[in-house]
Design a protein around this ligand. Structure first.
Ligand code: TMP
Ligand code: ASP
Length: 259
C-alpha cells in the first residue's frame, strides 16, 4: 500500500493529495486551538461533526448559486474538495457584537449591530492574523479589486442565507469567518468559497437561552463543547432525533463552573 501525500497540515484540518489532479482530500481533526494556538486541546468527535455540518452548509450554498470547493463527503472525517489557491485573507462577518470587536471598541457582547460588518484579517499565524483594511489588500496585492468585490458580495449572500437557516432552528448567527480561494481554469482564476463553515469558525447562540453552541465554549473554558457541536448538528437534522436537547446540559456546565 502506498501512503498518500500530505499537502498541508493546519490546526484543525489536514489536506491530502486527491484522487485526480485539481482535487484534495480535506481531513477534519478533533484538535482545537485558540488565541493563535497558545491554547491547545481536543473536542471529542468534533472532526466528524464539522465534516457533516460543513458538507450540509456548502451543499445548501451550492443550491443558491454560491460556488464552493466542496465536491462530496468521502467518509466520517474526509471530504473531496477542489484545489484552490487560498486568498490569504480571513473574512469575518458580524451581525451582533462579540469577541474581538467588543473588546476593541468597548461594545457589550450581544449588542445587535445596526448593520452587518465585514472585516478582513491577514492570514499569517506568525503575525497573529492582524486586522487589515481594503487599502492594505490593494497595496500588497493580496487580492484584486474585482476579487474583493466578489468576496464581499458572496460574504453578504452567505450571511443572509445562514442567518435564515440558523434562525429556523432557534440559533442566532452572531458572527463567522470565511476563507476564499482562486480556482484556476486555463489562464483565468475565479473566486470560490473554500475552507469550512462549522461551530469552529462561527458564533452560534441558542435564541431561547443565549447558551453558546460554538468554539467559544472551548476558548472560554465553559465546558460542554462536544455537546454544543452535537446540538448544532442535531438541529440541522444531521443526527438522529430523540437525543436529549443539549442546551440543558450547557446550563449545567455553566452552573458547575460558576460562569
Ligand atoms: P473574533 O471576535 O475573535 O474576531 O472572531 C470572529 C469570528 O471569527 C468568530 O466567529 C470566530 C471566528 N474566528 C476564526 O474562525 N478563526 C480565528 O482565528 C479567529 C480569531 C476568529
Ligand atoms: N484560529 C485560532 C487559533 O489560531 C483559533 C480561534 O480562536 O478560532 O488558535
Amino acid at each position: 500500500m502506498t501512503r498518500r501525500r500530505l499537502v498541508y497540515e493546519g490546526k484543525a484540518k489536514i489536506l491530502y493529495e486527491g484522487p485526480e489532479p485539481g482535487t484534495l482530500i480535506q481531513y477534519f481533526k478533533d484538535d482545537a486551538t485558540a488565541f493563535n494556538a497558545q491554547k491547545k486541546g481536543q473536542i471529542a468527535g468534533k472532526g466528524v461533526l464539522n465534516n457533516r455540518i460543513s458538507e450540509h452548509i456548502y451543499t445548501l450554498l451550492g443550491t443558491i448559486g454560491i460556488p464552493t470547493h466542496f465536491v462530496r463527503r468521502l467518509n466520517m472525517r474526509e471530504q473531496l474538495i477542489r484545489q484552490v489557491e487560498i486568498v490569504p485573507i480571513e473574512v469575518v462577518v458580524r451581525n451582533v457584537a462579540a469577541g474581538s470587536i467588543s473588546k476593541r471598541l468597548g461594545i457589550e457582547e450581544g449588542t445587535q449591530l445596526p448593520r452587518t460588518i465585514i472585516e478582513y484579517y491577514y492570514k499569517d499565524d506568525a503575525l497573529g492574523d492582524p486586522m487589515i483594511a481594503d487599502e492594505h489588500i490593494a497595496c500588497f496585492g493580496w487580492a484584486s479589486q474585482e476579487e474583493m468585490n466578489d468576496i464581499a458580495d458572496m460574504a453578504i449572500r452567505v450571511n443572509d442565507f445562514l442567518c435564515g437557516l440558523f434562525a429556523g432552528i432557534g440559533i442566532r448567527l452572531v458572527d463567522f469567518k470565511l476563507e476564499f480561494g482562486r480556482l484556476w481554469e486555463n489562464d483565468y482564476a475565479r473566486i470560490i468559497l473554500a475552507d469550512e463553515i462549522s461551530p469552529d469558525g462561527c458564533r452560534l447562540w441558542d435564541m431561547a437561552s443565549g447558551e453558546k453552541l460554538d468554539k467559544d465554549r472551548f476558548r472560554r473554558d465553559l465546558g460542554g463543547e462536544a455537546e454544543a457541536y452535537q446540538e448544532v448538528a442535531r438541529r440541522l437534522g444531521l443526527l438522529p432525533e430523540g437525543e436529549p436537547n443539549a442546551v440543558l446540559d450547557m446550563a449545567e456546565h455553566r452552573q458547575k463552573r460558576g460562569k
